[in-house]
Design a protein. Structure first.
Lengths: 356, 505
């Protein structure tokens, strides 16, 4: 018999709740007002149209990169390389963005996004092929690919792609025809990349649930032996999963460049690819769950500033709270056991299984 | 004989399976008692109960005359019960000594380890039982035989008077087995009582004072080695009179050969030869039964035929087409169905719905998918139809497969495999662990496939199943087919001898 799943379903809420509670303890210990501090976070997160817009801006890369990691989890792969794939997406987008001239926006912008996505997909596919062909572990390879991407970008931006007129190391700015337009005029920075991210949520949910490829990805992720037995192309599915995951991460990088930066600076290190792992965990690898998880993540980051201004509590507190969320998620077995014992009654029997 | 251990009426049920059915078992002081049975016969469950890993639904345990109830292995250890698992429970990066004292550390001056005293104690134990070992060696540097020795020392260090050894010889070389047997005999002479779990017939004659045979969760006999034979034990292990009756038409004319296997060699996971030159033919409209005690290469042969494992030599043809290196999908599309031996590992995806499991290998075909988009209405309708036709009892096609009983899970697997046009059906241990009702249903279905002109290859460790269903019977022993006989020529006695490898027909 399978255990009841309700305890697993409420875990993300519980993790966030416990983390906020512990965070409150820290604020209290530092002598500040908990209510004021969290009030500041809340106001900075969604207290005004401007704050909401900024939360959307901050959440956009988390949504896309979070989807990338969630998709790989569903396929039984641990893609730690979203960061590197994101760099490649940024690189592809910026190169198309400033070199290809004379195109109308409806052609230039999609092209820049597509090349960015393709860059990420290629970067993700490499560890996928290595795993499918040679059995090398994707965790090691994606981590190494991160460093290669970082140094590659650094080199290109400082030398071959450098804008000679700029005083710092950066590429030339992208053309207006490659820019993701602002959604509500210049009053907020919220750009059309947010819509790209929303579309990606729907696309990934549809892909996993409704397509044969999604079925293959989930089956290989859940029971690879059964997938092989059923004649599924296991190796091809592994490569597809990594390429799609890389594509989404690449899109995150492309959207940041085309919607926010409008050029590529050297040392373009965002950390989105690593936060994406937390977002995917909080979403329990569900595409639909990535949306609220990413909005929360981005919103906390965004609200931290106002909290610091109002109460003097350091914005680093938000890092602590986010870390605590992860700790609670990692300790979910403990939480679930506690829940079962105290809420679900004596359910010891579910642990017992007949020996294989 | 003084009794070290008594088990009375032990019963343990899992959903859909009775793993132990009123088992009575006694172990004398200083006795080596072999527990013999096929995989799934209930040996491991019984030992888990004795070792506190699992609690019985009924029955009682008496250790050294005291009734006991174990909540954990710690309780069992406190009563002098030690277990050497089939898969060793050692920390590879620690030394032999550290592994042995782990959890039972000797200390002095408060928290400080008294390693000198521990080492001395271990050396003394090793000398006493001829278990020579270097206490400072790292586990990861030791060969398997020595690691097992560490497990034994671990149990002795904890002053175990009752030792459970779970398939201890499965991983050993013949020389290591020899040494292990010497050690066990010495231990028994010093008064240690030993339960020796195995499915290898030969061994029990070398080592055991008494033999208890389990089959389908029940004790089918407790015998003395001097009063029995390998053939008799094999017959006890694999079958007694079956309650079900299958109506089978006599085979009219021999159909054409569908599957030809020629001199096939296959390696197992460890890279050692498991199938060593098997040749056989399965005809349309017949059931070819492959009998054999588990672990004689049947698993690897089936995996090779199903495209899950590539033969290292030999050829497999299906309707004259070479399929030696065909993929599972190519085989399925060529009309081959495979009921796998391990339905949890290969046959199903447990968190999936019944509906998704029923299209596991046809999901990409019309009407279940058009282009790449899955058609959930068609998948659900297909599931509802098959659940009715194959009597899969569940509230809904969306019911999670893991919540079904073993019998219904197997019917689900069979529904999926047999709902396509078939020319060859490979059924590996199709009724293992199932109740009588599900077993009868599945037998009927195999016969039905045969009558529709399908070639059926049935692999089973259950002799009665083989005798009831097969038109011809092949016996596998040590990776080879010893003999292929027609069903009317086969008797339980000759088959029993073949199973034990003592006759070659």
């Amino acid at each position: 018999m399978r255990q009841f799943d309700w305890t697993a379903g409420i875990m993300p809420f519980l993790a966030v709740g416990v983390a906020l509670l512990l965070g409150a303890g820290l604020i209290w210990a530092s002598g500040a007002s908990v209510l004021e501090a969290y009030g500041g976070v809340f106001a900075g997160m969604c207290g005004s149209w401007h704050a909401l817009g900024e939360t959307g801006v901050a959440a956009t890369p988390y949504i896309l990169a979070g989807l990338a990691v969630a998709l790989s989890f569903r396929g039984g792969l641990f893609n730690i390389g979203a960061e590197g794939q994101l760099y490649l997406g940024a690189l592809g987008a910026v190169v198309v963005g400033y070199t290809v001239g004379g195109l109308p926006i409806w052609l230039h912008l999609p092209l820049a996004l597509a090349v960015g996505a393709l860059g990420g997909a290629l970067w993700g596919a490499i560890p996928g092929v290595l795993k499918a062909r040679l059995g090398t572990h994707e965790v090691i390879n994606t981590i190494m690919m991160n460093y290669i991407a970082l140094k590659l970008l650094d080199y290109l931006v400082k030398h071959m792609l450098r804008d000679p007129t700029a005083s710092v190391d950066r590429t030339p700015a992208i053309l207006a025809t490659a820019t993701l337009p602002h959604l509500f005029g210049p009053s907020t920075r919220l750009h059309a990349g947010f819509l790209v991210a929303l579309a990606a949520v729907v696309f990934v949910a549809w892909l996993l649930d409704k397509t044969t490829l999604g079925f293959e990805i989930r089956t290989v992720g859940t029971n690879p032996a059964a997938a092989q037995y059923a004649g599924m192309p296991v190796a091809r599915t592994l490569v597809c999963t990594m390429a799609l995951s890389g594509m989404l991460a690449g899109l995150a990088g492309a959207v940041e460049i085309l919607g926010l930066y409008h050029m590529l600076p050297a040392a373009f290190s965002t950390g989105y690819g690593f936060d994406a792992i937390a977002v995917a965990l909080l979403a329990r690898s569900r595409p639909i769950g990535v949306l609220p998880a990413a909005l929360l993540w981005g919103g906390l980051r965004n609200g931290a500033g106002l909290m610091q201004v109002r109460t003097g509590v350091s914005i680093d507190l938000i890092n602590v709270i986010q870390a605590l969320v992860l700790v609670c998620l990692a300790a979910d077995q403990l939480f679930q056991a506690l829940l079962r014992r105290h809420v679900g009654g004596p359910l010891l029997a579910w642990r017992e299984k007949p020996p294989a | 004989m003084t009794l070290a251990l008594e088990m009375h009426g032990i019963t343990k049920r899992f959903p859909g399976v009775v793993a132990n059915d009123h088992v009575d078992f006694q172990l004398g002081v200083g006795e080596i008692h072999a527990l013999l049975g096929e995989n799934g016969a209930g040996k491991t469950t019984l030992m888990h109960i004795l070792y506190g890993l699992s609690r019985p639904d009924e029955g009682k345990l008496v250790v050294h005359g005291i009734p006991v109830q174990f909540a954990s292995p710690g309780d069992a250890m406190a009563h002098g019960i030690g277990m050497v698992h089939q898969h060793f429970m050692l920390v590879p990066v620690l030394t032999v000594m550290e592994n042995i004292i782990l959890g039972q550390e000797v200390t002095r001056w408060g928290p400080f380890l008294d390693l000198r005293q521990a080492a001395q104690h271990i050396r003394q134990l090793a000398a006493q039982y001829h278990l020579a070992i270097n206490p400072q060696a790292l586990i990861q540097d030791l060969p398997v035989g020595l690691r097992q020795r560490v497990e034994l020392l671990k149990a002795l260090y904890r002053q175990a008077t009752i030792l459970i050894l779970d398939e201890p010889t499965a991983v050993l070389t013949p020389a290591e087995v020899e040494h292990l047997f010497d050690t066990l005999t010495a231990l028994a002479q010093h008064g240690t009582s030993i339960i020796f779990i195995t499915h290898k017939l030969r061994e029990v004659f070398h080592i055991a004072h008494r033999i208890t045979v389990l089959r389908r969760g029940r004790v089918v006999g407790t015998l003395l080695p001097a009063e029995t034979t390998e053939a008799q034990l094999a017959a006890l292990m694999v079958g007694d009179a079956r309650l079900t009756h299958v109506v089978k038409q006599p085979r009219a004319i021999s159909g054409e050969g569908v599957l030809h296997v020629r001199d096939v060699h296959v390696l197992d996971d460890r890279g050692t030869p498991a199938v060593a030159g098997v040749s056989l033919t399965v005809h349309a409209g017949e059931i070819l039964g492959i009998a054999g005690v588990q672990g004689n290469g049947q698993t690897e042969l089936v995996e090779a035929l199903a495209g899950l494992r590539h033969p290292t030599a030999g050829s497999i043809t299906l309707h004259g087409v070479d399929v030696t290196r065909a993929t599972p999908r190519q085989l399925a599309e060529g009309g081959v169905a495979h009921i796998p031996e391990d339905r949890h590992k290969h046959g199903m995806v447990e968190p999936y719905s019944i509906a998704d499991n029923l299209v596991l290998n046809t999901y990409h075909h019309q009407p279940f998918a058009r282009r790449m988009v899955r058609h959930s209405a068609a998948i659900a309708a297909h599931a509802a139809r098959l659940m009715h036709a194959f009597d899969v009892r569940a509230p809904h096609p969306a019911t999670q497969a893991s919540s079904l009983s073993g019998g219904n899970q197997q019917k689900m697997v069979i529904a999926r495999e047999c709902s396509r046009p078939l020319t060859l059906l490979i059924a590996a241990q199709p009724t293992r662990g199932l109740d009588v009702g599900a077993t009868a249903f599945i037998h009927q279905h195999l016969v039905q496939q045969r009558e529709q002109g399908c070639a059926v290859l049935l692999v089973s460790a259950d002799l009665d199943e083989i005798l009831t269903l097969s038109d011809r019977i092949a016996v596998m022993y040590h990776g080879k087919v010893l003999a292929i006989v027609a069903d009317h020529e086969a008797s339980r006695e000759t088959l029993g001898q073949l199973l034990a490898g003592v006759a070659t027909a």
